[in-house]
Design a protein around this ligand. Structure first.
Ligand code: HEC
Length: 161
């Protein structure tokens, strides 16, 4: 038991290094799709009024690149899976999870995953909403696929089991 946090830290540290190395150049595969997604998450009252995942109810430290603290917001289709209380093996189509990444109090990145009929759409924006990554960039999928079978590609939120 005592070694668990250390192991977790080591994992995050190696993930952070991988993230730093691979994020040097953006991969904006679908600028129109990313702009559309940005509009939808900002649509009043905006994603910051959405639900929080039970596991991440407030701002928490992050060990990945780009941010030293994160906040997560989940839209209704995703939030409903927790109120329903049924075990599921994948997130419903239409699920959106938004991650705000902060350095100090400054919003540095907004990372988004949207579950579509053909799988997750990934997007990452800077604090001003400019798209850095969109579509299925290898940098995103290559790391998130570690969680593919465990929680349907999502790192910080476990499927209701
Ligand atoms: C090196 C590994 C790595 C890479 C690369 C990576 N992520 Fe993540 N991502 C994580 C980890 C770990 C978390 C858990 C929360 C945290 O500490 O940031 C996470 C969290 C997220 C979340 C919140 C939902 C969740 O899975 O917890 C979103 C959305 C997200 N990432 C999107 C992206 C996008 C978009 C990209 C590509 C631009 C990307 N990620 C690249 C490791 C990675």
């Amino acid at each position: 038991m005592r070694s668990a946090p250390t192991t977790r830290r080591a994992l995050f540290a190696s993930l952070a290094v991988a993230g730093l190395l691979s994020s040097a150049c953006g991969d904006d595969q679908d600028p129109a799709g990313a702009a559309d997604l940005w509009q939808r998450i900002q649509a009043a009252p905006g994603y910051r009024s959405w639900s929080r995942a039970p596991a991440v109810p407030e701002r928490i430290p992050s060990f990945t690149a780009h941010a030293d603290a994160i906040e997560l917001f989940i839209n209704k289709p995703m939030a409903d899976t927790f109120t329903a209380g049924q075990a599921i093996t994948e997130w419903p189509v239409g699920s959106i999870v938004v991650k705000d990444g902060f350095k100090g109090d400054t919003l540095k990145i907004v990372a988004v995953m949207e579950k579509r009929p053909d799988g997750w759409f990934f997007a990452e924006y800077n604090g001003d909403g400019d798209t850095l990554f969109s579509g299925r960039p290898k940098v995103c999928t290559g790391c998130h696929d570690n969680r593919k079978d465990y929680s349907d590609w999502v790192y910080s939120i476990e499927l209701p089991r």
